[in-house]
Design a protein. Structure first.
Ligand SMILES: NC(=O)C1=CN([C@@H]2O[C@H](COP(=O)(O)OP(=O)(O)OC[C@H]3O[C@@H](n4cnc5c(N)ncnc54)[C@H](O)[C@@H]3O)[C@@H](O)[C@H]2O)C=CC1
Ligand SMILES: O=C(O)CCC(=O)C(=O)O
Length: 457
């Protein structure tokens, strides 16, 4: 089946629906990728109405097909000398705006659909930062849980032994995502250097500060999320001060979102991991969470051993039944469904902003938007991490380091600009206040114009 391109004569909706029907046929077994695409397609009718040239250039069909998908075997030896085999991926989705850029996820759920949805989202997110970075994502179905440090190192070395041939400071620059932090990036970088015999610092970001890494990268996604919400609140003359906040997850994004929200005077009362959630009515003691997660790699359940007034509940979904002013989902995709969204609404939530990638499903997003909840979509609200990665690339190529304050100031400026850009696009294209539509359109137009500028390929 091929799309009929009839230029200005085709209605925007007919074109968009046609491309989506083809996408469903071609990717029938990739629900996460189709969900991410549908969310963007639903925003685009006014763009194609105003820009019939995008139909002539068949921009949408070009944008939903990744430049390439690399899949490879990762063979490594565990601590019992058993040979283990995992599957590795790198989806290089688009380099229209800059070199491919995006994290690596090590999690047993990783498959091609999840890699493609993340890489596709990354194209739009990276464009919104205003920095020259294209979109990619990679990872493996390797499960880091319960693995020794030596096993993690051997896995990372095996992973890089194949990945190295596909990346480069001007080609594709991976970083961390779930299950991949500074330790894993260190092992990956070490192996890259050994193979290439070159200290090409800009080939990976999220490195340890002092060894090529930028200050603030560790904190950047969580801090950036809170800076974005500050902008949303500013528009209604509000601040974080004395707000009750619920944050899901207790990993990199969640911990630093909690830290910054607390800095700004909020009371964060709950967080979670994949087993369950804790509720601390007096406000979470973040030092305990850091000790449990960053030092001991233990379950969040153990928090209640330190804080007698806190409670632990099995099951991660229940966290959304805790009344709050601001909800920050920072764990994983599809963690908020329609029912959870309605519960949040009934309990008086005012703002929902996404630290994780695609944490709200389409039904949940509609519940928020239709009921006037201020909603910050992931590709805008969590772009602070990748933006700071781009700042790390800039420092690496300039061969110097900025101070914590310098990077933090740039991050705040970037998050503010993303907010303004998304808000203005929403207004211009007829959906004032809708940051889903605004962020999708602002990014789409930039990539679409790039595709036209750079010619058909
Ligand atoms: N690390 C980064 O810079 C960025 C991460 N993200 C997204 O943020 C999310 C979290 O990533 P990180 O914090 O980096 O990962 P991480 O590996 O540091 O932490 C993930 C946390 O989520 C918990 N978790 C997993 N599934 C869960 C569930 N169903 N319910 C509750 N908790 C659950 C885990 O126990 C862990 O505490 C992911 O969606 C990731 O793609 C987005 C932008 C940048
Ligand atoms: O810093 C990066 O390159 C990647 C961050 C990331 O994976 C994300 O934004 O989802």
């Amino acid at each position: 089946m091929t799309t009929q391109i009839t230029g200005n004569k085709a209605s925007a909706e007919t074109y968009i629906n046609g491309v989506f029907e083809q996408l469903k046929v071609k990717n029938a077994h990739q629900p996460e990728f189709l969900q991410a695409a549908e969310e963007i397609f639903l925003s685009l009718t006014p763009v194609f109405e105003q820009h019939p040239e995008y139909i002539q250039h068949n921009i949408l069909s070009r944008m939903v097909e990744p430049d390439r998908i690399i899949s490879f075997r990762v063979t490594w030896q565990d601590d019992y000398n058993q040979v283990q085999v995992n599957r590795g991926y790198r989806v290089q989705f688009s380099n229209v705006v800059g070199p491919y850029k995006g994290g690596l996820r090590f999690h047993p759920s990783v498959n091609e659909s999840i890699m493609k949805f993340l890489a596709f989202e990354q194209v739009f997110k990276n464009t919104l930062t205003g920095l020259p970075i294209g979109g990619a994502k990679g990872g493996s179905d390797f499960n880091p849980k319960g693995k020794s440090n030596s096993e993690i190192m051997r896995f990372c070395q095996a992973f890089m032994t194949e990945l190295y041939r596909h990346i480069g400071a001007d080609v594709d620059v991976p970083a961390g995502d779930m299950g991949v932090g500074a330790r894993e990036i260190g092992y990956l970088f070490g192996q890259y250097k050994r193979i290439r015999n070159a200290h090409e610092a800009g080939v990976l970001t999220g490195k340890t500060p002092g060894y090529g890494g930028s200050l603030v990268r560790k904190e950047a996604t969580g801090y950036g999320l809170v800076y974005f919400v500050e902008e949303m609140l500013r528009d209604i003359n509000e601040t974080f001060l004395n707000k009750t906040v619920v944050v899901s997850g207790s990993g990199n994004v969640a911990i630093y979102a909690i830290e910054k929200a607390q800095d700004l005077g909020a009371k964060v009362v709950a967080c979670s991991d994949s087993n369950g959630y804790i509720f601390d009515p007096e406000g979470i003691d973040l030092n305990i969470v850091k000790e449990i997660k960053e030092v001991k790699s233990d379950r969040i359940q153990t928090y209640v051993d330190y804080r007698p007034n806190a409670t632990y509940t099995e099951g991660f979904q229940g966290i959304w039944s805790i009344p709050c002013d601001i909800a920050l989902p920072c764990a994983t995709q599809n963690e908020i469904d329609g029912d959870s969204a309605r519960t949040l609404l009934a309990n008086g939530v005012k703002v929902v902003a996404e630290g994780a990638n695609m944490p709200s499903n389409l039904e949940a997003i509609n519940v928020f938007l239709e009921n006037g909840i201020l909603f910050g979509p992931a590709k805008a609200a969590n772009a602070g991490g990748v933006a700071t990665s781009a700042l790390e690339m800039a420092q690496n190529s300039g061969r110097y380091y900025w101070t914590f304050e310098e990077v933090d100031e740039k991050l705040q400026e970037i998050m503010k600009n993303i907010y303004v850009k998304s808000k203005e696009a929403a207004f211009k294209y007829g959906s004032p206040g809708n940051l889903v539509v605004g962020s999708n359109i602002a990014a789409f137009v930039k990539v679409a114009d790039g595709l036209i500028t750079e010619g058909v390929y």
